[in-house]
Each structure stands twice: as C-alpha cells, then as structure tokens.
Design a protein around this ligand. Structure first.
Ligand SMILES: N[C@@H](CCC(=O)N[C@@H](CS)C(=O)NCC(=O)O)C(=O)O
Length: 122
C-alpha cells in the first residue's frame, strides 16, 4: 500500500514538473534548459547574448526539481543532455544544433519570428 502511494506521488510529481517545463516553453520566446557548469550551455548562452536575444535560462543544477525536469525533458524531447533549447515553442536541440542553425543563417530569423530579437529597422 505504502509503495503504491509512493509511486503515485512520484508520478504526480513528474506530471507537475513536466507541466512546469511546458509552461516555461510556452510563456517564453526562448528557453535554455542549462547547467551552470556546462561549457556547451555557456557557449549557447554566449551566442544568444551576442545576437542580442532575450531568453530564459533554467539552470537545472540549481533548481530544486532540476533532475526531475531533466527527466521530463527527456520524455518530451528525447534529449537527455543540456543545453536543451526551445525557440518559439519549438524544440531546437542542444549546442551543436543551435550553432548549426546559426551557421546556416537560420537562427536569427527563428529568434526574430519568436520575438526574441528586435526586427532590423528599414
Ligand atoms: N553535443 C551536445 C553536448 C551536450 C553535453 O554533453 N552536455 C553535458 C553537460 S556539459 C550533459 O548534458 N551531460 C549529462 C548531464 O549533465 O546530465 C550539445 O551540443 O549540446
């Protein structure tokens, strides 16, 4: 009985954490799920800073429910690593994918469409 109750709590918690991740993604034009010590995360945040993009960084190593959120992100996106980047509600991927988009000239348009960078004035 106690075991079942514990399972119920764990499963309720993962639903809550999963909803929290989805809420963050739907209410911010850019979200970087990150870890403070991760060099790939630092690199992707530096790129966004250089591009003048507004973004929400969620540092999973300092959040109380960070480990649960990382599991929820894995279930949702199939990606276990950080950074885990979302733009305009869409899953982009990690550092490599974000940089590849930038090298193809596709990152700034995505950021612009999402409202994370100002439109260049004519
Ligand atoms: N190729 C990946 C590398 C990402 C990566 O290896 N991140 C490490 C942290 S530096 C990671 O998530 N390790 C597993 C973990 O922290 O749970 C990318 O481009 O994002």
């Amino acid at each position: 009985m106690a075991v079942n109750k514990a399972k119920e709590v764990v499963s309720t918690n993962s639903v809550v954490v999963s909803d929290k991740a989805k809420e963050l993604v739907s209410t911010n034009s850019v979200v970087v799920f990150s870890k403070t010590y991760c060099p790939f995360c630092v690199s992707v945040k530096q790129l966004l800073d250089q591009l003048g993009a507004k973004y929400k960084a969620v540092e999973l190593d300092t959040e109380k429910d960070g480990a649960d959120m990382q599991s929820a992100l894995f279930e949702w996106t199939g990606q276990r690593t950080v950074p885990n980047v979302f733009i305009g509600g869409n899953h982009i991927g990690g550092c490599d994918s974000t940089k590849a988009l930038h090298n193809e000239g596709k990152l700034v348009p995505l950021l612009t469409d999402a409202g994370a960078v100002a439109q260049a004035s004519a």
